[in-house]
Design a binder for this molecule. Structure first.
Ligand SMILES: C[S@@+](CC[C@H](N)C(=O)[O-])C[C@H]1O[C@@H](n2cnc3c(N)ncnc32)[C@H](O)[C@@H]1O
Length: 243
């Protein structure tokens, strides 16, 4: 009896391995059961395509879809922040969805002149005032002018954060690429995030942005009321839980 069981297991293992080697990839990587986010999600697909076509965001459909899902579950009067805006494409995507949901508002925070501070021991090739410095804030304001729910906060977030006075912040998109302001923003805003509130950290899994992973991992390790999920998009999602 035992021998028959062992034999069955061996045959099963061989069959599974055979199928895994020979099944066409469209049964899993490109599985037909998958939802194609570029065409199949009403509201999202067209908006994402349109924003990407304007050439003002580094975010592609996969990362925009994470933001879309987070915004979809916010209250209609949600307060959201994007820190790290560059030319405003990601902000436009967020502002549009927040406005559609009702009275949602968005703080748009950036130096608009590149990095104010980096930690050269972990932030690799990023340099103060180098990348992202060719942005004209007036141009970004003009680009977002149709959104009455947008407020601009211009300058190093470490110095400007106090301008955001709202008691509750439901969603933060952190996209600054480097360690010092990311560490700061996580710690500064955390107490104002309500239970169920979310921080989406861009570039957590990006090899040229190691400071993001360190800032997030250190923060999550010492913070009792949260959990984090690393997405295969490269983002990390941090959710505030009850105490
Ligand atoms: C990767 S870009 C943001 C990309 C943008 N979210 C998009 O949709 O393409 C990073 C931005 O972070 C900004 N940044 C870096 N350090 C900052 C700081 N200390 N305070 C405010 N903004 C900062 C830079 O100026 C730059 O525009």
């Amino acid at each position: 009896m035992i021998k028959i069981g062992v034999l069955k297991n061996k045959i099963q293992t061989k069959l599974i391995n055979y199928f895994l080697r020979n099944i066409p990839s469209y049964y899993y990587e490109r599985c037909a059961k998958k939802i194609d986010i570029s065409t199949d999600i009403p509201v999202f697909s067209a908006l994402a395509k349109s924003i990407i076509s304007e050439g003002r965001t580094y975010l592609r459909e996969d990362r925009l879809y994470t933001l879309f899902q987070c915004i979809s579950r916010l209250p209609s009067n949600a307060v959201a922040i994007e820190i790290g805006v560059f030319r405003g494409g990601g902000s436009k995507f967020m502002a549009h969805l927040l406005q559609e949901r009702g009275a949602g508002m968005l703080y748009v925070c950036d130096t608009f002149s590149g990095h104010a501070d980096v930690d050269s021991s972990i932030d690799g090739g990023h340099r103060v005032n180098e990348g992202f410095s060719n942005v004209i804030v007036e141009d970004v304001k003009d680009y977002l002018k149709q959104y009455g729910n947008v407020r601009f906060i211009v300058g190093d977030i470490v110095k400007t954060s106090q301008q955001i006075q709202d008691k509750e912040i439901n969603l933060i998109h952190l996209d600054m690429d480097v360690y010092p302001p990311t560490k700061f923003a996580l710690e500064y805003f955390w107490t104002r995030i309500p239970v169920g509130g979310i921080i989406v950290g861009d570039d957590y899994g990006t090899s040229s942005c190691k400071g993001i992973k360190k800032a997030v991992d250190d923060f999550v390790a010492k913070t009792r009321d949260c959990f984090s999920i690393h997405l295969i998009t490269g983002q990390v999602v941090i959710v505030k839980t009850g105490a």
